[in-house]
Design a protein around this ligand. Sequence first.
Ligand SMILES: [Fe+2]
Ligand SMILES: [Fe+2]
Length: 354
Amino acid sequence: MTATGTPVPTTAAVAGLPQARGPLSGRVLDALRLPSAPAREQAADRFPADLPATDPYGDDLQLALYVLYELHYRGFADVDADLEWDPALLRMRRVLERAFLDRLRADVPGGTDLASALDALLVEPPDGNGLTHYLRDRGRWWHVRELLALRSLYHLKEADPHAWVIPRLDGQAKASLVAVEFDEYGGGHAGRVHARLFADLMRGAGLDPRYLAYLDHCPAPMLATVNAMSLFGLHRSLRGALVGSFAAAEITTAPSARRMADALERLDAPPECVEFYTEHIEADAVHEQVMRHDVIGDLLLREPELTADVVFGIQAADLLEERLTRHVLDAWAKDATSLRMPLPGWGVGPGSLS
Ligand SMILES: [Fe+2]
Ligand SMILES: [Fe+2]
């Protein structure tokens, strides 16, 4: 119900388990189906203790991690909610997230130069070769629909990974982060929750608005962006990285939302497709300032030793976005789908809603 008592349709149906993408995700999915704790312990004993030969950015590891993290959000149909804290599953998760975290730390420049890390996010690529530049300038309707399906993994749980950090903050940093989250969650109005606006957008674009409906479609680079948020959010020791990655998202959203709104307007998309983005053009211009000055600023006054982790969070979010951008644009440059399987209507339409 809304504050006025009007029922609001929900998209909260719980999804079934996805398809395995290799041995690691296969073992995790099998373990979720085992009937007893001892059986899961045996499965964890057989799980590799480290993963030197596995690509930490690959589909198999990223899906395995995604599935285990999802137990902390809405879970899956026919999976016992108590498995969220199953010790055997947590042992498996630890191996996977260690491989992912180690690789992220190795692949970013690091350091403690916060101002440079933040400024780097605002540097526009010289040839405007980002995803939203592509959609604004030459995207077709099927490109837009692919991006919406990809982004649905995050936007249908928008702001949830960042909520984990709230009990780990104090003072102004806590108050200001909660103020940003309050906006993300609709300011007390279910119909204004950003995840709900995104579901409306998907419906308007003829896509399935149900939570995780496109998990099987989404390739590893998309899973990795959400997995990083969950990784940072679920570990108190990574609270600096969580705040950094959240700030990175807020700083980069307003200009990309502007370009998405322009793309949708050019393609004559229905009005409900545009509202999610117009909301973010204004909201995130404010959120950017709040995250920079009131959240990061206050956090680092209290805990200056977290500076390197805030920088790491910013750089990791940027790296993973860049990897996703390259994946999608490389596919589109070949007129191929960026998804693991195409959506209906893929590749159709010269430049309009077809
Ligand atoms: Fe939002
Ligand atoms: Fe925001």
